[in-house]
Design a protein around this ligand. Structure first.
Ligand SMILES: C[S@@+](CC[C@H](N)C(=O)[O-])C[C@H]1O[C@@H](n2cnc3c(N)ncnc32)[C@H](O)[C@@H]1O
Length: 211
């Protein structure tokens, strides 16, 4: 199944893509933890992980004691996530029609640039009053530009601000490839394409809250 919608759309059920994503997981732990810190998740709170993919972020929220649900458009991905992380709930759903809230926190790791235009409004509607949103995105190589759907920090700040989110802020998290991912030529090519190099890759954490 191929989901179109932005210049970098791809087949989300492709097994090679899954294998690459799993290879990247160790390098993405700091990103996941930064997202959960940004929404200040606390035990017992309800957290929605948008475009959850193979489930790493929702599972990390469960590990912090949150009541987490991961949603993704791909049924195969949510089925795989369920199998990998049986202690966390996963459902197939489109992020533009999210499950009813109120959600205390919503996170989205490297998914926002794939989502339909109205996703930020749809999430605002299901967030609790005082609820928090945080997304992780790679910046494009040239921060003033757009690249394969990747947008500069200012794009996300404006989008969330115009949607009614409060105190939109941007933080940057350094990432470092570890283990077999360092040897994978395709991962290397992809990451160098988006940034200055593998060793000093920084991603954006854009966070805000609902009044
Ligand atoms: C780059 S992957 C990121 C997956 C995961 N968040 C991670 O960090 O590994 C993008 C994900 O967005 C999902 N996706 C694309 N369009 C979607 C939509 N409209 N609603 C929900 N998920 C969507 C894809 O199926 C894919 O799992």
């Amino acid at each position: 199944m191929t989901h179109k919608g932005h210049p970098g759309h791809r087949d989300w059920d492709d097994e090679t893509t899954w294998a690459k994503e799993r290879l990247l997981e160790p390098a993405l732990v700091p990103v996941t933890e930064a997202l959960l810190d940004a929404v200040r998740i606390r035990p017992g709170e309800r957290l929605l992980d948008l475009a959850c993919g193979l489930g790493q972020t929702a599972a990390a929220a469960t590990a912090r004691g949150a009541d987490a649900l991961g949603i993704d458009l791909s049924r195969n991905r949510t089925a795989a996530a369920r199998e990998r992380f049986p202690g966390t709930r996963f459902e197939a759903a489109d992020a533009s029609t999210p499950p009813a809230g109120p959600w205390d926190a919503v996170v989205c790791r490297f998914g926002a640039h794939h989502l339909p235009e109205g996703w930020a409004q749809a999430i605002h509607a299901v967030l609790a009053s005082g609820g928090r949103l945080a997304i992780a995105e790679w910046p494009p190589k040239d921060e003033r530009d757009e690249q394969n759907g990747m947008r500069p920090a200012g794009h996300w700040q404006t989008k969330l601000g115009e949607t009614g989110y409060q105190e939109v802020r941007v933080d940057r998290v350094p990432t470092r490839l570890a283990g077999p991912a360092r040897q994978d030529p395709e991962i290397k090519e992809k990451l160098t394409d988006f940034g200055p190099g593998l060793e000093d890759r920084e991603c954006l954490i854009i966070s805000a809250w609902k009044r």
